[in-house]
Design a protein around this ligand. Structure first.
Ligand SMILES: [Zn+2]
Length: 348
């Protein structure tokens, strides 16, 4: 028998025995072939205990659609294509309807609607969507090119929205580029990045999450909390969470690109004049501009463990705590701290 998880039991009309009775809603990992490739995905279905073994499962129309969407998104993730959710997010970030975004990019009017609900986008379409995702400036160029497809007032509304996004997003975009440049040497999975590639969306989400739970969060402590979160997650899954690469620094583990990190516009970081470690103190607050969907429940559990452990530590205390880790003792100043060594941290 195949493995499954029970989601819930409900009374409903059963098409198999044609009456209303208690039915189990279940999920399992299924696999299917998409474009010649086998992909694993999560499938939901109903189970009727009264029916015979050959035909005791059924799905509703909306369930079938959702399962199909899951399968296609699994294919997209596997092939590094934007998921339907990500396409929706890009569109919504510009406040555009499906038809308007399709027009903006010079595509057939139904294209975006299809990509959000069923069809898998070709590589070239994916690239265009990514271009405007990361740059309102590029979106404005598309508007210049395809603007005649919109009535004048609509065109002005769209432009206004893009300019607005440019004001806040422009700096974020440049900072991300700088940070990605600093990680150009770490574009391969390795012991240095914990077998995860740099994920700035996720890092922003984690930092804001920490700041929600920890009052008086400053840079020094934050850097250590990021390291412990990455290391703990690596212990559990063999992969780090963020893709950050950490060096041995006088104050403990410090990620490459930490200056850029503090400049990310999506974060809510205020500079304050300080006396201790930093000449300038970076006070980290929760931010409304981060993508909150980027951390999974499993990751959240790890973050919570780190928060519980260090919530009340002062910067100096967490630095001293980290100094006693093997990862710190056995590396020299300026050296990368490999995750293979980092995972030897003392028990939490
Ligand atoms: Zn039944």
């Amino acid at each position: 028998m195949e493995a499954y998880t029970l989601i819930r039991k409900i009374h409903k009309d059963c098409p198999l025995c044609d009456k209303v009775h208690e039915i189990e809603e279940r999920k399992r990992t299924a696999s299917t072939i998409i474009k010649g490739e086998e992909v694993a995905y999560e499938e939901r279905f109903f189970f009727c205990a009264n029916a015979n073994e050959e035909e005791n499962e059924f799905e509703t129309g909306s369930m079938a659609n959702e399962n199909l969407l899951n399968a296609r998104n699994a294919y997209r993730v596997k092939n590094h294509l934007l998921t339907s959710r990500e396409i929706i997010e890009i569109r919504e970030s510009y406040g555009l309807s499906q038809v308007d975004l399709a027009k903006l990019l010079g595509w057939g009017e139904a294209t975006i609607s299809r990509y959000e609900s069923k069809a898998i986008q070709d590589e070239a379409y994916d690239t265009m969507l990514r271009i405007i995702k990361d740059s309102p400036l590029k979106a404005l160029e598309f508007l210049k090119k395809n603007g005649d497809k919109f009535p004048g007032s609509k065109r002005n509304d769209i432009r206004e929205k893009m300019v607005e996004k440019l004001d806040s997003y422009g700096k974020e975009f440049l900072t991300r580029q700088a940070m990605e440049g600093e990680y150009a040497n770490y574009n391969e999975l390795s012991d240095a990045n914990g077998y995860t590639l740099l994920d700035i969306d996720k890092i922003e989400c984690i930092i804001s999450y920490f700041a929600e739970q920890v009052t008086n969060l400053y840079k020094v402590k934050l850097m250590k909390m990021l390291w412990y979160a990455d290391v703990l997650f690596y212990q559990q899954s063999g992969k780090s969470m963020t893709g950050l690469v950490y060096r041995h620094d006088a104050m403990g583990a410090l990620p490459i690109g930490h200056y850029s990190l503090m400049n990310l516009e999506n974060l809510n970081i205020q500079e304050e004049a300080g006396v201790s470690y930093d000449a300038v103190m970076y006070h980290v607050y929760p931010s409304e501009h981060v993508n909150k969907t980027r951390i999974s429940d499993v990751e959240k559990k790890v973050l919570d463990a780190v928060i519980v452990k260090f919530k009340n530590f002062k910067a100096q205390e967490i630095v001293e705590y980290m100094h006693k880790e093997r990862a710190y003792i056995e590396t020299n100043s300026g050296e990368i701290i490999p995750f293979g060594l980092a995972k030897e941290i003392r028990a939490f």
